[in-house]
Design a protein around this ligand. Structure first.
Ligand code: SF4
Length: 904
């Protein structure tokens, strides 16, 4: 162990750990402290971690980068959890309708049969799209990394079968620090498609970024003056043929080190040499680099007359300095810059840099050594270290609190990078992380210009921008209504004729109804498994587990390689934005999986736990532990011994849907914390003492289960009106002691299918009665269009309700009540009802939570809709893309399906 590790600047408990620039410089690049080595601790989910670990959620991760070839589409072959956050990417212009999914289940893991389905899935996608894609990228993930899948071979087979190019793409989070991290691999894969072309001495490629350089960059001018007539970037290629022309380049300019591997492969395969240029904000470094480049070409460096010159960039910096001489900065790593080089540039300009949030690498040391001479006390934090949780909680680092508060008061503290903004919410924020890339002198000029604009306007970019409630394409408050108006007067005769088409199907499910129309049998074949063409994967079981645990004071350790945690916190868990919990990724790597390093995991968890102040530990499973056969009980025992606290585990696997994780977690929490029979009598006594103003427990109200987030307040009001003195929401605001005293609840209310098992357990253990239903759901009926009443007068109307089983059944009951005596057939369907509910768990007044159609996948829903038999469909708006005859779609938001939160 090196000396620096024992002398960290913040070594007190519950303090964010960091080192000063001087400490790092003295220790040297060969002794980088373990704080900055992600393999040495659990991983904290800062915005920087999420930007990396949730690839595709922001910027260019593997998924979005994989679609760089014009006209290409991607088939993600993985457990559902890996594709979940793709819903976010599909909102980016140009990425809509380009992702498809082939979801794996447990049998696939054992038999590998999902690989045999890929060629047919590719063919199906090609048939489905109005235009044949130029390339189909097949993206596989941790599961296939562990299975050792030969994707190249599968792609060749798919190419033969589908008759179009099919290329591999690896989202191997487990190999993040390996020889070929995913972002290196994806570049190699894309450029491996370039065919050999006749060389053109006047043609050059820019490799490194997936979006174009700023056109103002002087790089274009100086290349022109070097005799280059054609500069190609993958992001500006108009079509596949244009992309193929990159193969004619005389040389490649590598602008991002992650493209080195691809450039080397092109040198070897096509004989295209490469030269590397870096982006600097110190213009003298840029100048030296340009001179060296032209020296290598044997040419004198030309005068810049069109693009941004060094003088222009320096002038912009000087003007900013003159106007704002006392700025101070905090710098993150989610920026279009090397954060250490950027910090050094700012220090050299005479400004103050208080802290950097980034892990130093050996190549950062030339900058760190110079920073140490200018500002030895500058602090360097790691975005991934669990101790950063306390940085957020306190909102300030004690040692620099005074200076930063003073500078903020003067309005002169600026964060650069979204991660820095997150830690310093009161400063002015420049995110400086865009798709299009600054380069050369233009990068420096652009930085100074953006800072000038920021200081002049005093604009604070909101840290909440990441999760705007009203995203494009979503309904804003008050705009609720029909989102897909079909014919509102369906042909009456069509009802009977469509039914007969399905009578040959092998699987039949009976629609249980109350009037004669509802006794009709629908025969639906649910046997097919193909690619998902319309819907992104649903919220997985691991998101459900974390959602149920989130509000408690437990330390949650997600046993994954990082991406699962990114998907959960960066996508499925809206509370992460405002209310932090101690949720960490185990940061598993391929060798952890191969060697089964449980002791190492226990060591990391123990270390993190000591600083959290949490009262228990929860382990949450993902595909990786399910594949390597992690022994959860052994881990629980080891951790309990080491940490001296209760440890629970939820063996989710990312292949099931959220209700499974929610249900398992609710039950485990009640069993573990309230299941002591020794407090049964005491609980009964307390219940008796409550009298009229008893306690209501509501189970199933996490953000994944609520139809609308504000429903919690409405349900509280409804239950208070019923006479309950206290309402506890399990999964939302219940604390651990509420679980411990759950036996004292006078009545429990079950809001989602995932809460039934837990409520039944409490009834069995403490005799607490429960009711199943979603109070207040009748509000949704206000969205029914005028045509509904008219249709009811004319004929038997067919309605489909798609949601969680309890929400769907509750809405069905409301509809039946509101239109009693009318001819309707109402079917409930759900993706979240894999387990049939034991009838003995139901009471007389409960809504029937077994849906008429238990759907497993998008294909099941397509089949259900294929006859066009429904007149009205209550479903999440994303489903309205699916063909459903003349049905009128009525928005019934289900975040677990769409991943879109809608205010209605
Ligand atoms: S880390 Fe999780 S989400 Fe990411 S690829 Fe691996 S299994 Fe999938």
């Amino acid at each position: 162990m090196n000396s620096i590790a024992r002398n960290s600047t913040s070594s007190r408990q519950n303090q964010p750990r960091c080192y000063t620039a001087a400490e790092l410089s003295v220790a040297g690049r060969d002794h980088i402290p373990e704080l900055y080595q992600t393999g040495s601790h659990l991983i904290y989910s800062s915005p920087a971690t999420l930007a990396y670990n949730s690839p595709g959620a922001e910027g260019f991760g593997v998924k979005r980068a994989g679609l760089s070839i014009p006209g290409s589409v991607m088939l993600i072959v993985s457990p559902g959890c890996c594709g979940r956050n793709t819903a976010e990417i599909t909102r980016i212009k140009g990425c809509e309708d380009r992702f498809f999914y082939l979801q794996m289940n447990e049998t696939d893991l054992v038999t590998g049969r999902h690989l045999r389905r890929i060629p047919a899935a590719v063919r199906r996608i090609a048939e489905f799209l109005p235009e044949k894609p130029s390339v189909v990228m097949i993206c596989i993930t941790c599961a296939d990394a562990l299975l050792g899948t030969d994707l190249e071979r599968v792609c060749r087979k798919a190419e033969q079968e589908a008759g179009l190019p099919v290329r591999p793409c690896y989202m191997y989070a487990l190999t993040r620090e390996g020889r070929k991290p995913p972002m290196v691999y994806v570049r190699e894969s894309l450029y491996s498609m370039l065919p050999k072309q006749k060389k053109r001495s006047t043609s050059v490629n820019l490799l490194g970024f997936f979006a174009p350089l700023h056109p103002e960059s002087e790089l274009f001018e100086i290349l022109k003056k070097a005799g280059i007539r054609k500069v190609r970037q993958i992001s500006t290629c108009s079509d596949l043929q244009d992309f193929y022309q990159m193969g004619e380049a005389n040389f490649n300019l590598v602008l991002n080190p992650e493209a080195r591997g691809a450039a080397d492969a092109l040198t070897e395969r096509l004989g295209i040499p490469s030269i590397e240029l870096s982006r600097f904000y110190e213009t003298d470094l840029t100048e030296k680099q340009y001179h060296a480049f032209f020296g290598a070409l044997g040419l004198p460096f030309p005068e810049i007359t069109e693009g941004i010159s060094r003088e222009e960039a320096d002038r912009a910096g000087a003007v900013l300095k003159e106007k704002h001489p006392d700025l101070s900065f905090s710098i993150g790593e989610v920026v279009d810059a090397n954060p250490f080089e950027l910090a050094l540039t700012l220090l050299r300009m005479g400004w103050k840099v208080e802290e950097i949030f980034a892990d130093p690498a050996p190549e950062s040391y030339p900058f760190i050594d110079r920073i140490a001479r200018l500002c030895p006390e500058l602090k360097i934090y790691s975005n991934t270290d669990p101790s950063m949780l306390s940085y957020q909680r306190s909102g300030k680092d004690m040692d620099t609190a005074l200076s930063r508060t003073e500078s903020r008061m003067a309005g002169s503290h600026i964060t650069i990078g979204k991660d820095a903004a997150y830690y310093c919410p009161d400063a002015l924020h420049l995110y400086f992380n865009e798709d299009t890339q600054p380069f050369g002198y233009e990068a420096a000029w652009y930085l100074w210009t953006e800072l000038m604009k920021l200081t002049e306007a005093g604009v604070r970019a909101s840290a909440e921008d990441r999760y705007p409630e009203d995203l494009p394409g979503m309904h804003s408050p008050g705009s609720a209504g029909l989102f897909c108006a079909g014919g509102d007067q369906p042909d009456e005769d069509a009802l009977s004729s469509e039914k007969t088409e399905d009578t040959e199907s092998p699987v039949a499910r009976r629609c249980i109804g109350q009037d004669t129309e509802q006794d009709t049998e629908l025969h639906i074949d649910f046997s097919g498994r193909g690619p998902d063409l319309y819907l992104t994967p649903f919220a997985p079981d691991q998101s459900g587990a974390v959602s149920a645990l989130y509000a408690l004071d437990g330390m949650i350790v997600i046993l994954d390689a990082g991406g699962c945690t990114g998907n959960i916190l960066g996508f499925d868990e809206p509370r992460w934005q405002n209310k932090k919990a101690a949720v960490f990724s185990a940061g598993l790597r391929d060798m952890d999986a191969i060697m089964g390093r449980d002791r190492e995991l226990v060591r990391k968890a123990k270390k993190a736990f000591a600083n959290t102040g949490c009262s228990f530990i929860a382990l949450v499973g993902t595909p990786v532990p399910s594949i390597i056969g992690t022994d959860y009980h052994a881990l629980e025992r080891m951790l309990e011994k080491q940490c001296g606290c209760p440890v629970i585990s939820i063996p989710t696997n990312g292949m099931k849907t959220c209700e499974e994780g929610l249900s398992k977690t609710y039950l485990t929490l009640f069993q573990r914390f309230s299941g002591r029979t020794d407090n049964k009598d005491e609980a009964m006594q307390k219940k008796a003492e409550h009298g009229k103003n008893g306690t209501a427990g509501v189970i199933g109200c996490t953000p994944l289960e609520l139809v609308h987030l504000p429903d919690q307040d409405r349900i509280r009001d409804i239950l208070m009106d019923k006479g309950f003195g206290r309402v506890i929401f399990y999964g939302a605001d219940a604390a651990r002691e509420d679980y411990e005293h759950a036996g004292e609840n006078d009545r429990n209310f079950v809001l989602s299918g995932a809460g039934i098992q837990a409520a039944a357990y409490l009834k069995k253990t403490f005799g607490t009665p429960y009711e199943i239903g979603y109070p207040g759901i009748e509000e949704e009926l206000q969205k029914l269009p005028e045509s509904f009443k008219g249709a009811l007068e004319k004929k038997a109307v067919r309605v489909l309700i798609l949601h969680d089983p309890v929400a769907a059944a509750s809405l069905k009951a409301s509809l039946q009540q509101s239109y009693a005596g009318k001819r309707m057939r109402i079917d409930c369907a759900s993706f979240f009802s894999e387990k049939d509910t034991d009838p003995s768990l139901m009471a007389a007044g409960d809504v029937p939570v077994k849906p008429d159609f238990a759907l497993r996948s998008e294909q099941d829903l397509l089949q259900l809709l294929s006859g066009g038999q429904y007149d009205y469909i209550f479903a999440d708006p994303v489903c309205s893309k699916m063909p459903a005859g003349d049905a009128v779609w009525i928005p019934f938001p289900c975040f677990a399906i769409s991943g879109k939160r809608i205010l209605t």
